[in-house]
Structures are given as C-alpha cells and as structure tokens.
Ligand binder design. Structure first.
Ligand SMILES: [Zn+2]
Length: 109
C-alpha cells in the first residue's frame, strides 16, 4: 500500500497543509484590512479626517498586499507533485480536489 500514486497523494496533502499554514498570516492581514475599511464606513464615531484617511489607506494597502501574497504563496507552493502544475481550473484554485485537474493524478490518499 505504498505505491507511487499514494506517495503523490501524501505529498500533495503535505503541501496543502503547508500552504494553509503559510497563508494564515496573510488572511489575518486581509481581515485587519477589511476591518479597518469597514470601521470608516460602518461606525458613527467622530473620527478626524486624518484617521479616516489612514484607516482607509492602510486598510486597502493591507488588503492589496495580502491579495498579492496569497496568490504568490499559492503559485509557489500549491502544486501537483506529479506534474508540477498549479491545482486550479478555469473557476480558480481547487481547495482539496480528488484528482489533479491537469494530469489526473490522485491527490487524496
Ligand atoms: Zn498533476
């Protein structure tokens, strides 16, 4: 029960877990960014123009940076061990597919 196909699936699951761990801080940063922007729009507290600007600017900056970082991490790490391609189809990245959309290798043990 230790065939090459199993190895591909096991290796993919390791990469998947590792990608998740590396993405976590960026998702946290994106959440902070959205929270910061939401604060400007959805709270009535009397804030100065200065703070509103920095909450908006910082929020969008954090959101944009985490968007770029998340894409880079996925491009670099979330790949099929059999063919090396990114695990995505025309709808986007597949979170835990049974098989590789490019080469058809089994990705779940
Ligand atoms: Zn593949």
């Amino acid at each position: 029960m230790d065939s090459d196909a199993d190895q591909v699936a096991i290796q993919f699951q390791e990469r998947r877990a590792q990608t998740g761990r590396r993405l976590r801080p960026w998702f946290a940063m994106a959440a902070v960014g959205f929270g910061s922007v939401a604060l400007v729009f959805f709270t009535p507290f009397p804030s100065s123009e200065y703070w509103r600007f920095w909450l908006l600017f910082g929020g969008f900056l954090a959101g944009a940076m985490s968007f770029v970082a998340i894409n880079l991490v996925i491009q670099a790490r979330y790949r099929c061990p059999a063919c090396g391609g990114t695990v995505s189809d025309d709808r986007g990245v597949l979170l835990n597919p049974d098989t590789c959309p490019r080469c058809g290798a089994r990705l779940r043990p």
